[in-house]
Design a protein around this ligand. Structure first.
Ligand SMILES: [Zn+2]
Length: 358
């Protein structure tokens, strides 16, 4: 069958570069805004069928999940020609750019709105302003190592939803928590030196510290204090839940380093209910005697900490890679009694459709 020819659109006079790891929907919104259009008008103007909304998008979904715009190959070709940036360059910057599941050799340009397969967070506002020259937020699929902007002392938290309403808190201020910034330096060095073994140890450490944080023991003073500093002494328990990864981060990194190079002498059989030398070592490392309690560890923990090359499920090549120790639970916030903020009724949604952008 002869291939249907789509006339290339007139190239735009603006060569709008994508931000690294940006969501496709954000890039197209910025592109449309640059041309004083909304995304639907831009797609229509390029001859792309209006995006179909997948039914899954209307169901309630998790607090970090976002709706993404997926384009098939002819659509991507039209947009690449319009912005004057090769398709493969766009694919390099936009992680979900070429993830449209389509039949081979599709003929007509199509787009689809679906739940994104990765978690997006709003990039550092000051870096975004410097990069794009615009104050509009840019959602990005940031890897673990980029959730912190050390220059602007900011932690990218992501979206948090409470009773179906977005909490308007997407960044944590780290200016009073130098230990988090210091841990970030160690984190980067650790990954560079240990490679996949670091990833394995980080995944274990994140799971453990998050479990311990959730348990919220009365003896724990450091994490609540850190939450208070992040929140500037306001709404500490809200920050304790919202900035969960940041609150435990220094301990997570210290624990991951320890797990990656734990001494072999700690390899002795575990006996149910009995303190293990590994637990004692971790309790000493993190200066928390309660961590000697075997109930705070998964079964056969000492067997899990050994990294076996080739068996790790997430190779580092999968970029941007983000550990998701737990699906963050919005109920943690609800249990704290926080009421959703009142939705604004004033006209403030000029850059919304066609998606309500996550
Ligand atoms: Zn920044």
């Amino acid at each position: 069958m002869p291939r249907r020819h789509h006339p290339a659109p007139h190239a735009s006079i603006w060569r709008l570069a994508p931000v690294q790891w940006e969501t496709t929907v954000s890039y197209l919104q910025r592109l449309a805004r640059r041309h004083h259009l909304n995304t639907a008008e831009l797609l229509h103007g390029l001859g792309i069928h209006p995006p179909l909304l997948h039914p899954e998008c209307t169901k309630p979904y998790g607090p970090y999940t976002s709706i993404e715009l997926y384009l098939n190959a002819p659509s991507r070709g039209l947009i690449a020609a319009f912005v004057g940036i090769p398709d493969q360059h766009l694919a390099h910057a936009l992680p979900e750019w070429n993830r449209y599941r389509d039949k081979p050799d599709p003929q007509s340009p199509r787009a689809r709105l679906r739940l994104a397969s990765a978690y997006a967070v709003t990039g550092c506002p000051r870096c975004t302003l410097a990069r794009t020259g615009q104050p509009h937020p840019v959602p990005q699929y940031l890897p673990d190592t980029h959730l912190i902007c050390r220059r602007h002392r900011t932690w990218m938290l992501g979206h948090h939803t409470l009773a179906d309403t977005r909490l308007p808190v997407e960044h944590a201020d780290l200016s009073r928590t130098p230990e988090i910034l210091a841990a970030h330096r160690i984190h980067i060095r650790f990954l560079r030196r240990q490679g996949p073994a670091a990833d394995h140890a980080l995944a274990l450490a994140m799971n453990l510290t998050e479990t311990w944080r959730r348990a919220g023991p009365a003896e724990e003073h450091i994490w609540p204090a850190r939450a208070r500093r992040i929140g500037n002494n306001k709404r500490a328990r809200l920050w304790y839940a919202l900035a969960r990864e940041a609150i435990t981060y220094p301990e997570t990194i210290a624990l991951a380093q320890f797990l990656a190079r734990h001494p072999r002498t700690l390899h002795v059989p575990e006996r149910p209910g009995r303190t293990h030398p590994l637990h004692t070592a971790i309790a000493t490392l993190l200066d928390r005697p309660r961590l000697e309690n075997p109930a705070l560890y998964p079964d056969q923990f000492s067997n899990r900490i050994s990294y076996t090359p080739g068996r790790h499920p997430y190779p580092r090549s999968q970029s941007p890679y983000r550990h998701n120790p737990f699906n963050p639970s919005p109920t943690e916030l609800t249990k704290l009694g926080y009421q959703p903020p009142r939705p604004r009724t004033t006209a403030g949604s000029k850059h919304a459709p066609p998606t309500n952008n996550q």
